[in-house]
Design a protein around this ligand. Structure first.
Ligand SMILES: [Zn+2]
Length: 346
């Protein structure tokens, strides 16, 4: 049944049909006028770089996809005044404890291995290369590591409270429920440390607070998995202090939309070394200005984020992958600084 037929039947008669069309047009006009206007929580695509309030230590250049600074309704940026220094027991016991969380809502990276059984610290096999790496790095660098991908281990603030940092490692899409979302939010607000690695930029897209925690950024797409050279743009930070000014690595070089704002970039990929590839969903890439790692204070907590880590060889012991040693130092420094055990986001 056509619209005309429906209106004709419901209103009857030509005059009433015309009246119906007029009412419909008025309704559509009203809907248009009532369309929501962009807010701080929905950065406008394609806008020019924010000229004020941009706390990011930009590495220069311009990007066609630079987004306005969004504050997500919380205190965020590189100013330590945004940190809630509550002097909790976990801060004073002399032990750095880290929880690695690898739940996946859809796609699962090879470096995570097969799905893990429920519970805390389930048995790892040699296929769980990323989890094994963080455990090994903890042993080598003096921090304790628990691991899980069971959301019930995160379903109350008290369960996260003992940890100096939680490491979200290659999560995908929607993997948190209401209780674990609330626990994470409360944990960060209590001055907790948060680390996001690789595909976690592509998780919880529908939760604006989480997008803010990631630096106001999300994974959009990527080009081919390929070699490139990373430039350490800030060598004062714990995650970059021991790195060379430039180092070889292999990754997917995530394209980001929104582009991170309000953060301190600590490393970027030299886009002259990775070629100009459009991502698989059409993103043109970040020519000349392509951050790969950054940090910020966010809603009382500390957040350190890296897009790196796709290649399983980045996580394996005694890896032959160029830059694997630098990647290890980078992530260990990010974890320890987010945990408050090293100077953070300098
Ligand atoms: Zn990947």
């Amino acid at each position: 049944m056509s619209l005309r037929t429906m209106l004709g039947k419901s209103l009857g008669g030509t005059g009433q049909f015309v009246l119906g069309l007029a009412i419909l047009a008025a309704l559509l006009a009203g809907l248009h006028l009532a369309a929501p206007t962009p807010t701080a929580l929905t950065p406008a695509d394609g806008d020019a770089p924010a000229s004020s309030g941009q706390a990011a230590a930009s590495t220069g250049g311009t990007s066609p996809y630079r987004d306005k600074l969004a504050d997500y309704g919380v205190c965020r940026g590189t100013d330590p005044a945004c940190y809630n220094d509550w002097d909790l027991p976990r801060d004073d016991d002399g032990v750095v404890r880290v929880l690695v969380f690898t739940a996946t809502g859809s796609s699962r990276h090879a470096h995570l291995g097969p799905l893990l059984p429920a519970g805390m610290n389930p048995p790892l096999t040699s296929a769980h290369v990323a989890q094994n790496a963080v455990v090994r790095w903890g042993q080598e660098n003096g921090f304790e590591v628990d691991w899980t991908e069971d959301v019930r281990q995160l379903d109350a603030p008290a369960k996260l409270a003992p940890y100096d940092a939680v490491v979200f490692l290659s999560n995908s899409r929607t993997m948190l429920d209401d209780a674990s979302q609330t626990a994470l939010l409360q944990y960060v607000r209590s001055g907790g440390g948060f680390v996001a690695i690789h595909n976690t930029l592509g998780a919880m897209y529908h939760w604006p607070w989480f997008q803010g925690l990631l630096g106001g950024a999300n994974f959009y797409d990527h080009g081919p998995h390929r070699d490139g050279q990373i430039v350490t743009t800030d060598r004062r930070d714990a995650s970059t202090r021991d790195l060379p000014p430039r180092w070889d690595f292999r990754d997917e070089w995530y394209n980001l939309e929104p582009f991170p704002t309000g953060v301190r970039f600590v490393a970027e990929v030299d886009t002259a070394t990775i070629g100009n590839h459009t991502g698989f969903n059409g993103h043109p890439g970040h020519a000349g200005d392509h951050p790969v790692s950054w940090c910020q204070y966010y809603d009382g907590g500390r957040a350190w984020v890296t897009t790196l880590g796709h290649d399983s060889a980045a996580w394996t012991e005694d890896s032959a992958l160029p830059g694997a040693g630098s990647f290890e130092k980078h992530v260990v420094g990010g974890i320890l600084s987010a945990a408050g055990a090293r100077p953070f986001c300098r």
